[in-house]
Design a protein around this ligand. Structure first.
Ligand code: PNS
Length: 163
């Protein structure tokens, strides 16, 4: 049987332990995982970290997973997935509040690429209320985020907060 590739897309501004939980679980279900970092999105016009910084945090944090690769993409997600011959897009679902947005994305992506399946992993309870925006806010005001993000990300957030 041919190799099954999954794409885990996102802004990852910055990567959190919740993202890493989904990426790790995806790597156990699929043969190959490509974590696709949004180069320049429309919904989030400004990011705290550059695309290269966001990619580098992920490369560092997923170093132990042999079947995981990190790439920045700048085209449509479904086109990127087709170029990589992916079978599925994998997303994490936290609370009900994620559902509406993910349903919209699902319908749009399905219309453009009906052959590409979207698969959802429920967030582990420890991470069900963790999102990058909240982490950035806490760190900016001096909160301790060391349990929520990888150590290099926590350090970078605190360096920015001190500026
Ligand atoms: O939750 P995020 O980080 O904003 O998700 C980003 C992404 C790319 C997964 C989401 O915006 C999506 O599914 N977009 C589909 C439309 C698309 O391909 N846009 C181009 C890249 S933003």
């Amino acid at each position: 049987m041919s190799e099954r590739t999954a794409i885990c897309p996102g802004s990852y501004d910055p990567v959190t332990n919740g993202h890493l939980d989904i990426i790790g679980r995806t790597s156990r279900v699929f043969d190959r995982v490509i974590v696709a970092v949004v180069g320049q999105g429309i919904r989030k016009s400004t990011t705290m970290f550059t695309a290269d910084e966001r990619r580098d945090f992920l490369v560092d944090a997923t170093g132990g997973l042999a079947n995981v690769e990190i790439e920045i993409f700048t085209n449509l997600l479904v086109d990127f997935a087709r170029e990589r011959r992916a079978t599925a897009i994998v997303k994490g679902l936290r609370a009900i509040s994620d559902f509406e947005y993910e349903l919209e994305m699902n319908q749009l992506n399905r219309k453009l690429a009906p052959e590409l399946e979207s698969v959802y992993f429920f967030a582990s309870p420890d991470y069900s209320f963790l999102r990058s925006t909240g982490v950035k806010e806490m760190a900016t005001f001096g909160g301790d985020v060391s349990d929520l993000v990888p150590a290099p990300v926590a350090e970078a957030l605190h360096r920015r907060a001190r500026r």
